[in-house]
Design a protein. Structure first.
Length: 186
């Protein structure tokens, strides 16, 4: 298994798909590398590509506000994406692009050893929980598999487009906070 440094080096050198040719930066992750909660989005947007960090644009700022409101501590979570390079025009990653990046996500998961994985949006849900499900059907419902607890919820960008989803995502993330406290025994 790779170390965090080796993983980051391999990701920066990666040319497994065409996204490597259009990226400014590889966007690997941010947050605690010992966190019990792993938040997984779709892929980097423009700001993330420029800064080399996930969830730093408007959707990321909204996510940070939500995590703060629920009193998550920075050591509680690690944030990453299905794909590590920005799809042109912020389009949804193709199956080939996502499949090319999934080994990096698996390595991140093995290194982090989270107890809870939160799938932010349909793309993360598709590649992690169920390729045939719809986010509107399974969001807010726990799934347990191989020692991990999975919670699908909306991507913060969806809340920017449709503010009526904010209360639903807030409820989902309250469940994540409660599960974290249950796991910790607090």
């Amino acid at each position: 298994m790779l170390s965090w440094d080796e993983l980051e080096k391999k990701c920066r050198e990666c040319t497994r798909c065409g996204l490597a040719g259009t990226r400014t930066n590889v966007v690997i992750g941010r947050g605690s590398k010992t966190a019990p909660v792993m938040l997984i989005g779709e892929g980097p947007g423009e700001q993330e590509d420029l800064q080399g960090k996930p969830f730093v644009g408007a959707a990321g700022q909204l996510l940070d506000l939500l995590l703060d409101a629920l009193m998550f501590r920075e050591e509680d979570y690690y944030i990453c994406n299905i794909v590590k390079c920005r799809p042109p025009g912020n389009r949804i990653p193709t199956d080939d692009e996502a499949e090319s990046c999934l080994p990096w996500l698996r390595c991140q998961t093995l290194l982090l050893k989270p107890r809870i994985m939160v799938c932010l949006g349909a793309t993360a849900m598709k590649y992690i929980i169920d390729r045939n499900a719809r986010i509107t059907q399974i969001r807010g419902q726990w799934t347990e598999r191989k020692g991990y607890w999975f919670m699908p919820t909306f991507h913060p960008a969806a809340l920017l487009r449709d503010p009526s989803k904010k209360a639903l995502m807030f409820e989902d993330m309250k469940k994540v906070k409660a599960k974290l406290e249950e796991i910790r025994g607090t």
